[in-house]
Design a protein around this ligand. Structure first.
Ligand code: DGL
Length: 257
């Protein structure tokens, strides 16, 4: 059995990494839809179309479970995918919402994500549906996605982008922050340093594991990587997202054409 994972680009590699740490013997097929990146600025109908196409591709490659390793695609397309395909389809929002509600003591929860995820109020609705008493403060951070994707920005610049977006949370006195975009775990250290120890940071890449059916172990895990454009750039930036033990699999990234 193989787990298929897709994202608009390299961000979903944070989810792949978390899955491979929990299930080191799982076979994984990853698709980075780099030709159509970013999803966060596109309309719902467009992202839904991309998500259906990506899921079908992963199934054709042999995936028996698909993880939508992109908050924007989860927000826009998860229910459509579940209606259309009969295999288990896992998103990244539900697990993070559950974890935030478990860990927040004050019920003041922050969310940072792409424009589309924030506009759809996916996190806000899911949190309030489960607990009406929470207060949710949600902001889009588009520049942060671009800065991380760039892969070369010096730390002080990243830190000032983080401070620019996270500054309202200081006044709002949140005690929990959901990283509602698969890129953001890469700047988790800067985010934690800015917000201080009083704020618990939730990474949906970790929380989505709650919903993932346990894959049967194979002899030796097989990783296959596909992109829709520019395999070389994916390899270069992808290295930042993956630990050394997984970087070797990036050598054979295939362009799906
Ligand atoms: N991976 C996307 C997400 O988690 C962010 C990048 C994009 O806009 O496509 O929402």
């Amino acid at each position: 059995m193989s787990i298929g994972i897709f994202d608009s680009g390299v961000g979903g590699l944070t989810v792949l990494r978390a899955i491979s740490e929990k299930f080191p013997q799982a076979n994984i097929i990853y698709l980075g839809d780099t030709a159509r990146f970013p999803y966060g600025t596109k309309t719902t109908a467009t992202v839904q179309r991309f998500a259906i196409d990506n899921t079908q591709f992963l199934i054709d490659q042999g995936a028996q479970t698909v993880v939508v390793a992109c908050n924007t695609a989860t927000a826009t397309a998860l229910s459509t995918l579940r209606q259309k395909f009969s295999i288990p389809i896992i998103g990244v929002i539900d697990g993070a919402v559950q974890e935030a509600l478990q860990l927040s003591k004050t019920g003041r929860i922050g969310v940072i994500a792409t424009n589309r995820t924030i506009k759809l109020k996916s996190y806000q609705k899911a949190l309030l549906q489960k607990r009406q008493s929470v207060e949710v403060f949600a902001y889009p951070c588009p520049l942060l996605v671009a800065a991380i994707e760039d892969g070369r920005l010096p730390d002080p610049l990243l830190q000032s982008i983080v401070a620019h977006y996270l500054q309202p949370f200081k006044e709002q006195q949140i005690d929990t922050l959901i990283l509602g975009c698969t890129h953001f775990p890469l700047v988790r250290a800067q985010i934690e340093a800015y917000l201080g120890p009083g704020v618990t940071v939730i990474d949906p890449a970790q929380s989505c594991m709650r919903d993932l059916p346990h894959p049967p172990p194979s002899q030796e895990a097989d990783y296959r990587f596909f992109v829709s454009d520019d395999a070389d750039r994916f390899k270069k930036v992808g290295r930042l997202f993956l630990g050394r033990n997984l970087q070797k699999f990036l050598h054979s990234v295939q362009c799906r054409g």
